[in-house]
Design a protein around this ligand. Structure first.
Ligand code: HSE
Length: 428
């Protein structure tokens, strides 16, 4: 059987698909009983098409989506354009036209996924997006299929390859932020506009999608607090190291009695924690559950071939449904009402970097502020900041979100101190 696909976009990831189809032809044909053929490729202009053809890409390039939508031989549309529009319109049209859709578009799925999932169900077609989270790591299918018997209590993830690559180079090679960013862009890890990578937005999109697969809850993207690696200062990296931690951009999803808590924030990870060893462009998803206990899924989170491999896995799964003639199952069947956790139920240790004048009594004054919020210190470090200033670094014992908000306010409104930074600290 020949399954014809229509590609929307021919950028970094899409151009990895022909490689896999060629190199893996016999395995795909044997295992899936199909021959997958790229039938048409949508590009922005004929100039782009001509450029791609001159580079040896001999496909039927088209510039109008209708050429793909009206082609009855195309059963699967693969959207690899990224961002919201026109991807959302094209995917909606393809689903309504009865075509299965594969996408790697985390922005779109995190924000409008529910609408598209409903549209797929109405039209009895599949909407699959394994590549949208952690690139080459087959995490979504693992959560939806292999965790059926288990109950997940927390998911921690290093989910943005660009940030992780940049942090690794800045820490280990002493690169500047700018040098690390341009290298990430040259390697094809960063988005064309890297804002979403470095501000934690891209990782927050992935957290929103993980929430559906791990906890059955489609949470509103705006309820995910996100901060990125752009707020980390070189002092923080050095002090974290001295205290036995590495700083990673960590996505955190946990379920409490009252609901789910979701955030992406720079986090101090103890060097002994498995996530501390996740370096360069690698991603990892660390799952805590009542059955398996702790498990970690590790691999490349970005890049052409890893991401294209996840896209191909979706195409092959859909093709198998087509060959077997079986009823289509949703990509994720776990759905519960969404409920956000109360702030008092979410707790962690925290790192505070506070600038004070280099005068006697400042440390005890700071300790008093923490004591008033019933917060005790686990570790304290004092060093020099700018002229006549001291930088006091504190790691607290576990506090809840309400205490966190209160102590931040207390420090910020105190004339004696400037809050330089505050990060979450993971336990061992
Ligand atoms: N820019 C993304 C990252 C690509 O760096 O992880 C994969 O989503």
């Amino acid at each position: 059987m020949v399954v014809k696909i229509g590609l929307l976009g021919f950028g970094t990831v899409a151009s990895g698909i022909p490689y896999l189809l060629k190199e893996n032809y016999s395995k795909i044909a044997t295992l899936a009983g199909i021959d997958i053929e790229i039938s048409k490729v949508l590009v922005r202009s004929m100039d782009e098409a001509n450029r791609l053809v001159s580079q040896g890409n001999n496909y039927d390039f088209v510039t109008a989506i209708d050429d793909i939508l009206s082609d009855d031989e195309i059963t699967i549309v693969v959207e690899l354009m990224g961002r919201i529009e026109p991807a959302k319109t094209y995917i909606s049209q393809a689903l309504k036209a009865g075509k299965h859709v594969v996408s790697a578009n985390k922005d779109l799925i995190a924000i409008h996924g529910q609408e598209l999932i409903a549209l797929a169900q109405e039209n009895n077609v599949m909407f699959a997006y394994e590549a949208a989270v952690a690139g080459g790591i087959p995490i979504l299918r693992t959560l939806s299929e292999s965790f059926t018997a288990d109950k997940i209590t927390r998911i921690l993830g290093v989910l943005n390859g660009t940030s992780n690559y940049m942090l690794t180079k800045m820490v280990e090679e002493g690169w500047t932020y700018e040098k690390a960013l341009s290298s990430a862009q040259a390697l094809g890890y960063a988005e064309s506009d890297p804002t979403n990578d470095v501000e934690g937005i891209d990782a927050a999109y992935k957290v929103a999608i993980l929430s559906q697969f791990g906890f059955g809850m489609a949470i509103d993207f705006d309820s995910i607090e996100h901060r990125g690696i752009n707020i980390i200062k070189s002092n923080d990296v050095a002090i974290a190291k001295e205290l036995g931690y590495v700083i990673k951009l960590v996505g955190d999803l946990q379920e409490t009695h009252s609901g789910i808590w979701a955030e992406v924030v720079p986090t101090l990870v103890p060097v002994s924690h498995p996530l501390a060893a996740v370096n360069d462009v690698m991603n990892a998803v660390f799952v805590e559950s009542i059955g398996i206990g702790q498990s970690m899924y590790y691999g490349p989170g970005a890049g052409q071939k890893p991401t294209a491999t996840s896209v191909m896995a979706d195409i092959i799964q859909i093709s198998r449904y087509l060959v077997d003639g079986k009823a289509i199952k949703p990509f994720n069947a776990y759905v519960r009402p969404s409920q956000m956790a109360k702030a008092e139920e979410v707790s962690s240790a925290y790192y505070f970097a506070v600038e004070a004048s280099d005068q006697p009594g400042q440390l005890s004054h700071l300790a008093q502020l923490f004591e008033e919020q019933a917060i005790s210190f686990d570790q304290v470090l004092q060093g020099k900041a700018d002229q006549g200033k001291a930088l006091i670094t504190v790691i607290t014992h576990t506090i809840n979100r309400k205490q966190l908000a209160d102590i931040m306010l207390a420090i910020e409104s105190s004339e004696a101190f400037i809050l330089e930074n505050c990060f979450k600290v993971l336990g061992e």
